[in-house]
Design a protein around this ligand. Structure first.
Ligand SMILES: [Zn+2]
Ligand SMILES: [Zn+2]
Length: 334
């Protein structure tokens, strides 16, 4: 097969430096991998932590991006799961060994030898990328490429956080109403739960957005909700939200920290944890999370709000996201 041998990609050479648009070789799919032509790639807050050097030891130089929607253009050896032309999505978890004690006990999200898309392996801020077919999910019909991209991390990790909050919860709080919360709020409302949205103090626009998506209440993260919550998910990487959320949950309530990085959690009095309140974190995802979440996305149309940027505007998109100016999710279109 003859094809162009190079592609345009956005490359991180060193944390702390701006991203650069470069011409790099198109990767070849190895055994069990496919080559994808990238149609859209979401920008996740985790990407900002990688760019800023807040996550240790990224592959360098690195092509970031782990909310990839693409079409299969080449099959590696032994691939039978997909065919040329199939549309698939690639999430954060890009590889596991399948043999460590975590993989063997259904916790592949904690795999000792896991590799992560757009962090320890190249991701989707590019015209092409390769993916392990075990970690490539079929995308439900009815979503455009750009609208599907945020499902791959904001949706998927958000879903795992929502699942950790527990099935039985009725009143669920979400701190930080960005890409993940705007997706998971719709899932929660669809499942008959009451959603309480907390934003940066004074962010009336995001509060209104949350109400439009079905939240029964939206307000500043500095205030208590009108009634105690059964659980709260913290999507914003802000440590002081942990004691704030503990104060907002009822006895037996769970506070789920959904981010990969958070600023320091301030000391707090034991009585806000007392009565079997719990704080848990969510790390990565499993294939089961992916399958369950994509089934929900197939069951009803999740509305994803996206702002599209061309590949060469990646730095601009990141600046907008950092400033909190993106409603929903930012998506790069190669
Ligand atoms: Zn992410
Ligand atoms: Zn493992």
């Amino acid at each position: 097969m003859s094809r162009v041998k190079t592609m345009r990609a956005i490359v991180l050479e060193k944390p702390g430096e701006p991203l650069r648009l470069k011409e790099v070789p198109i990767p070849s799919p190895g055994p069990g991998q496919v080559l994808l032509k990238v149609a859209a790639c979401g920008i996740c807050r985790t990407d900002l932590h990688i760019l800023d050097g807040e996550l240790p030891n990224p592959k360098l130089p690195l092509i970031p991006g782990h909310e990839i929607v693409g079409r299969v253009v080449e099959l590696g050896a032994g691939v039978t799961r997909y065919r040329i032309g199939d549309r698939v999505g690639v999430p954060w978890l890009g590889y596991t060994d399948g043999t460590c004690r975590y993989c063997r006990s259904g916790k592949e999200n904690l795999c000792e030898n896991a590799r992560f898309t757009g962090y320890t392996i190249d991701g989707g801020y590019a015209e092409y990328t390769v993916a392990d077919v075990r970690y490539a999910f079929p995308i439900p019909d009815g979503y455009s490429d750009a609208n599907a991209a945020p499902l791959l991390c904001a949706g998927l990790i958000g879903y795992r956080a929502y699942w950790m909050a527990g099935d039985e919860v009725e009143r669920i709080g979400m701190y930080g109403f960005g890409a993940a919360a705007h997706i998971i709020a719709q899932v929660a409302v669809h499942q008959g739960k009451k959603v309480y949205a907390f934003t940066r103090p004074g962010d009336r626009e995001k509060q209104e957005f949350a109400r439009q998506l079905g939240a029964v209440w939206a307000g500043d993260s500095t205030v208590l909700p009108p009634e105690p919550l059964d659980a709260a998910i913290i999507f914003a990487p802000v440590g002081p939200l942990v004691p704030a959320a503990l104060r907002a949950v009822d006895k037996g309530g769970t506070v789920v920290c959904a981010g990969i990085h958070m600023s320091e959690i301030p000391a707090f009095p034991y009585d806000i944890l007392w009565e079997e309140r719990r704080i848990v974190s969510v790390a990565n995802l499993t294939r089961r999370d992916g399958e369950e979440f994509m089934a929900i996305a197939r069951e009803f149309p999740i509305e994803t709000h996206v702002t599209e940027f061309p590949l060469d505007r990646a730095n601009k998109a990141i600046a907008e996201l950092r400033a909190g100016r993106i409603k929903g999710a930012a998506v790069l279109i190669p």
